[in-house]
Ligand binder design. Structure first.
Ligand code: PEP
Ligand code: MG
Length: 876
């Protein structure tokens, strides 16, 4: 290892290091500000490579670091004319973390380093300000004691609070030099008692103690959790910035503050921030004193305010983004301590991007790249009021965003009943099945104990745009007693809970929500995104309501219409059950003929809304027993209706039971065994089209999709069934209808045999939910139990049901794309698994050269933006 330490403004350095990878974000930006000639206190950065060395070498630092650091301290000493540990004019420094991307508050900082029993006297003499010197020393002991020596800060806080009580004062500012002197003594005693050692007086020992602590804080629990949530790689490491201390707490001509160059909540172009006179940075964030609005600085320190405003403009011009800034004023001199791109709400992100384009700071391409597509979620659903008090009782997977409150109900029928009485409910189930569709429709939100991000509950809820928390494994549901337990808390039917499908939290009582607001800036950004994206965006939808929502959000077609969801309404399910329970093809046909008008009606409504756009209709997919009655009461009802004995139905249910229904009699296997089912569905599609034609509605081009195909022979047989039905209806109605027939690719064998399957398919749609399930051999519904262990042990980077596993599932997709196009160059390729709405997976789809992605209605805008970003990034 050679150069490990980088001066902020190394004029002699030929090595123009400005990379965040080496210097971390804070270091790189301090260096940048210094280069711009802004007032940055002298300092240097120990690179992230040292952090890497530290963890690879048993938490030891490389030898050469000591000399390199000493050399840089000498440079600072020369500039500031102060000396580290000197007894007449001591140099004090801050030691701060700084990784590639900002991890606010996740790692450690030590301020006022270099003070000891002797230098504090020197500081007092030099500044002629005893109170300031002692206040700084006690702050240092407190911070060092906490960060480096691991003593919880409340030990120190309590001493200050008790002292203020005895003295009868409220504010720290009311304590004088003598008070702090006494507290310093007490602080040192705490340290002696807890560590069995004296507080270190040697300034070099202090320095290396602090540097070590910052590197160690990279692996603190909160930093690791933050990285996990934000997908920040563990190997990036942090840099350490050592910088001359400047003081905002030396008197009334001193101040410290934080500010944003624009409002991070609304995006409005206005100064936004706070400052405190006679204070250090931690006072602003700690909330012990109430900071002033930055605008007031115009009155208190007009010259400094003017200078700050100028610098803010300079920084925005340089970084072409809204900046989050820390500054300190020491005896009327302004010092810049940090600048970084500020965190902002989704609303602000959009406004800032659009405004900056107007201001010609960035191009519209850059504006498109500025907004994180995942953030849009918060704009499309009602969200919890940030200011509301929340009593979180448990959590699960954030399966479908948005927030909802309602009475706990454990049955779908009850949810429906309560809806009729205009009551809001949260449907709480161990897991949902297609039979719960009515309850899910009726409820405001869904909470399940089992099931992953692609479980039935999650998929359906997202489709409906309803909040859902799935796989909340801590809750124990007792359907008999009509209650669930989360730890010690018992929640009974009828009690009100709130779920937040964006965070996965479950709360007791009603938490107020705020409605989404889609502004003009939002549609402007979307129009730019549409201009640049190549991938088309379709939606997964099977109800007129979802279809309409999706079109309003800009869907360019339906990529997956799951026809089984249409079978669950009360009037239909009886015929579906009759169809399943039939023993002969004739009986089955009779039952199907009752379903035909319903299916036809469904398709007609959807085709009408889609008005000429492509619609992919998937023929029946799930195992038949999913439709069967489950309770004795249901069995009795159907027995009566169909005039069969209760026992006969039970035997048929047992007959239909499968050990592995996901690998069982489902998908095209149903079409092979019972061709009359698919035949009825095709008849419904073409008759609906004939009706459209009659009513002069623009004809959609149906894409009839066969699910779970694994061999060319299956699609060969079923395509011919579709063609025959199409021909028959066209002849009957004397019309010509354009249609396509294609297949889902959701089994590894289908991907491998794509060349042969393509012979009979006009399109492929990748069903990545099943493809992930079958490639890994992991159940999409039950894997929630152990997926976290896999992520924690770094076996999975991300849940493969959320973001495509590019190495395995992605490889199969690439193989299928290549082999499919080898046979049929024009074959249309899309994705309709849940991954179709995930920005990282959309990026993969762009690289894999698919034609479209299809996702749930509420993800359509996210997909539009993500698709544009993928294309623009690829072009860069
Ligand atoms: C899939 O498997 O990815 C798919 C879209 O189908 P379903 O989720 O209905 O099985
Ligand atoms: Mg599937």
């Amino acid at each position: 290892m050679n150069k490990l330490v980088f001066r902020f403004n190394d004029k002699n350095s030929k090595n123009k290091i400005n990379s965040k990878n080496i210097l971390g974000g804070k270091g790189a930006n301090l260096a940048q500000m210094a280069k711009l000639g802004l007032p940055v206190p002298p300092g240097f950065t120990i690179s992230t490579q040292v952090c890497d060395y530290f963890y690879k070498n048993n938490k030891k630092l490389p030898k050469s670091i000591v000399n390199q650091t000493k050399k840089e301290i000498r440079v600072i000493e020369k500039i500031t004319k102060k000396k580290f540990g000197n007894l007449s004019n001591p140099l004090l420094v801050s030691v701060r973390s700084g990784s590639r991307v900002s991890m606010p508050g996740m790692m450690d900082t030590v301020l006022n380093l270099g003070l000891n029993d002797e230098t504090v006297v020197a500081l007092k003499n030099k500044t002629l300000n005893g109170r300031f010197a002692k206040d700084s020393y006690r702050r240092f002991i407190q911070m060092y004691g906490n960060v480096v020596l691991g003593i919880p800060s409340h030990f120190f806080e309590e001493l200050i609070d008790n002292y203020k009580l005895t003295k009868g004062v409220l504010q720290d500012t009311e304590l004088d030099e003598n008070d702090w002197d006494g507290l310093i003594k007490n602080f040192k005693e705490v340290i002696k008692e807890k560590t069995k050692k004296n507080f270190p007086q040697n300034v070099n020992e202090q320095l290396w103690g602090a540097v070590n602590a910052v590197f160690l804080s990279w692996n603190s629990k909160r930093a690791r959790t933050y990285r996990k949530i934000n997908y920040i790689p563990d190997h990036w490491g942090t840099a350490v910035n050592i910088q001359t201390m400047v003081f905002g707490n030396m008197g009334q001509d001193c101040a410290t503050g934080v500010a944003f160059t624009r409002n991070p909540s609304t995006g409005t172009k206005e100064l936004f921030g706070e400052y405190l006179i006679n204070a250090q940075g931690e006072d602003v964030v700690a909330g012990t004193r109430t900071p002033q609005n930055i605008i007031k600085m115009n009155k208190d320190m007009p010259k400094i305010f003017k200078q700050l405003k100028k610098i803010f403009n300079q920084l925005e011009k340089k970084y072409k983004d809204m900046q989050d800034i820390e500054f300190t004023v020491e005896n009327n001199k302004l010092w810049m301590l940090q600048t970084r791109s500020g965190k902002r709400t989704a609303k602000a992100a959009i406004k800032i991007a659009v405004d900056m384009e107007k201001e010609k700071l960035i191009t519209n391409k850059e504006a498109v790249l500025r907004v994180d597509p995942n953030m849009l979620n918060t704009l499309l659903h009602p969200t919890l009021d940030e200011k509301a008090i929340k009593k979180i009782i448990t959590s699960g997977l954030p399966a479908s965003p948005g927030a909802a409150s309602g009475k706990v109900t454990f049955s779908s029928d009850e949810a429906e009943r309560l809806k009729e009485q205009m009551q809001d409910t949260i449907l709480v189930r161990i897991e949902t099945s297609p039979e719960d569709i009515n309850g899910m429709h009726a409820a405001k939100g869904i909470l399940t104990a089992r099931g992953g991000m692609t479980s039935h509950a999650a998929v359906v809820a997202r489709g409906m745009g309803k909040p859902c928390v799935s796989g909340s494994s801590e809750i124990k549901i007792d359907y008999e007693k009509k209650l669930f337990k989360a730890g010690n808390i018992e929640v009974k039917e009828g009690e009100i809970i709130t779920i937040d499908g964006g965070s996965g939290n479950v709360m007791l009582g009603e938490v107020p929500t705020v409605k989404p607001h889609i502004s003009g800036d939002f549609s402007k950004l979307m129009s730019w995104a549409d201009k640049y994206r190549k991938l088309k965006v379709r939606t997964n939808s099977e109800t007129p309501l979802d279809t309409k929502t999706a079109r309003d959000f800009g869907a360019e077609g339906i990529g997956l219409c799951r026809t089984e969801h249409m079978f669950f309404e009360e009037k239909r399910i009886i015929s579906v059950r009759q169809m399943i329970l039939s023993n002969s093809s004739e009986d089955r046909k009779t039952a199907l003929s009752k379903l035909l008008p319903y299916q036809k009606g469904d398709f007609f409504e959807i085709f009408k809304i889609m008005n000429g756009l492509p619609v992919t209709v998937r023929l029946l997919d799930p195992p038949l027993h999913e439709f069967l009655p489950k309770t004795d009461k249901d069995i009795d009802n159907i027995a009566k209706e169909l005039n069969i004995s209760h026992q006969d139905i039970k035997s048929r249910i047992i007959e239909l039971h499968e050990q592995n229904p996901m690998l069982g009699h489902r998908g095209c296997r149903l079409g092979i065994s019972f061709p009359e089912i698919y035949q009825m569905q095709c008849q419904a599609i073409f008759e609906a089209l004939a009706q459209c034609k009659k009513k002069k509605i623009k004809l959609v081009i149906p894409e009839i999709m066969i699910p779970l195909v694994s061999s060319a022979a299956e699609i060969e047989i079923l395509r011919s069934l579709v063609d025959k039905t199409a021909a028959k209806i066209q002849k009957e109605h004397s019309i010509k209808i354009k249609y396509y027939v294609g297949t889902m690719i959701e089994l590894p064998r289908a991907a491998l045999r794509a060349k042969y399957i393509a012979k009979y398919a006009d399109f492929f749609s990748f069903g990545t939910n099943d493809l992930t399930q079958t490639t890994f051999g992991i159940s999409r519904d039950d894997s929630g139990k152990f997926l976290n262990d896999y992520v924690e042990n770094k076996i999975f980077g991300k849940d493969p049901f959320v973001s495509i596993d590019e190495r395995g599932v992605g490889e199969l997709i690439k193989i299928a794309v290549e082999r499919g196009r080898m046979e049929k160059k024009s074959i249309k390729l899309g994705i309709c698994g849940e991954h179709g709405g995930d920005p990282a997976s959309i990026d993969f789809c762009e690289k894999a050269k698919l034609n479209y992605v299809s996702c749930s209605p509420y993800r359509v805008p996210i997909a539009r933006l993500a698709a544009a970003q993928s294309y623009l990034r690829k072009k860069k």
